[in-house]
Ligand binder design. Structure first.
Ligand SMILES: [Zn+2]
Length: 278
């Protein structure tokens, strides 16, 4: 399988989910073997940050990439769409620190990119093959993420929330999955009781009922129509794909994720990559 980049350039405007800051973002085609590279065009010298697990900083409520003295906030939904659609190489120019929240999922990216299709490049795609089992567990959160050898790329994911609106839900990714159809429309979510503390902590300033599902007891605030019964679990799968993309190469293996989150996802990936290179 060859590497792929974008066929066209795309512009997205919006506000960051956490900073609430207005941002204009350009997605551009990139040369083979580059990977996904962010560039801060608002800063002198336009410093860049590679989408790599080595550059992961804070992972509270979202993933932050840090390098060359700059940060890229909340890249995971964009990274998920690029990974899920099979984009190996792209440059992302931002004139603010945070990727726009848009509608809290990957739908806008998938719709725009798929309308044109991808550009095949001449270099071969280099897969990261899981050769032996690797299990990450966090006793504090109860998260468990396991990597095992497999012929393709599969994810079995389970969320387990006390809130009745979600409870235990499962989501799956395999060769029959279609990112645009099955994963991209699934919105981010939070719990009503978290909204005030998160706002007071300076987070979710760009969060609205248009870009997030807000859980209250047995239902959702505003009674939105869910795209799938298990939309929250599918959003966690969307997030996990974005975090796994930070390996820098497509993974071949089976991943089983229980109670995933950005902290667990990126720590599990780090552990897998360090085991892998032993
Ligand atoms: Zn998310």
């Amino acid at each position: 399988m060859k590497q792929h980049t974008l066929k066209e350039s795309y512009t997205f405007r919006g506000r960051g989910l956490h900073t609430g800051k207005a941002v204009e973002m350009h997605l551009l085609p990139a040369p083979e073997n580059q990977g996904i590279l962010f560039r801060r065009t608002d800063l002198p010298g336009e410093p860049s940050v590679a989408a790599s697990v080595d550059n992961v900083g804070r992972t509270h409520r979202s993933t932050t990439l840090t390098a060359n003295g700059v940060r890229i906030l909340t890249p995971e939904h964009l990274l998920s769409a690029l990974y899920g659609l099979g984009v190996d190489n792209a440059t992302v120019c931002l004139d603010a620190p945070e990727v726009p929240a848009l509608d809290g999922c990957g739908r806008h990216y998938a719709d725009a990119i798929l309308a044109d299709g991808l550009e095949e490049q001449s270099a071969e795609r280099r897969m990261l093959v899981v050769r032996k089992p690797c299990v990450y567990e966090d006793p504090l959160s109860g998260s468990r993420i396991a990597f095992e050898p497999a012929d393709g790329f599969e994810i079995d994911l389970t969320v387990d929330f006390r809130a009745r609106a979600i409870g235990v839900q499962k989501a799956r990714w395999d060769a029959s999955s279609d990112y645009a159809r099955d994963i991209a429309p699934c919105r981010t979510f939070c719990f009503l009781r978290e909204v005030l503390p998160l706002r007071l902590a300076g987070l979710i300033r760009g969060g609205t009922l248009d870009n997030a599902l807000v859980v209250r007891g047995g239902g959702f605030v505003g009674r939105p129509k869910l795209h799938f019964d298990n939309e929250p679990a599918r959003h966690k799968l969307l997030d996990l794909l974005g975090d796994l993309s930070l390996a820098g190469r497509p993974i071949q293996g089976r991943i089983t994720a229980y109670k995933p989150g950005h902290q667990a996802n990126t720590q599990a990936l780090r552990q897998f990559l360090s085991d892998h290179t032993l």
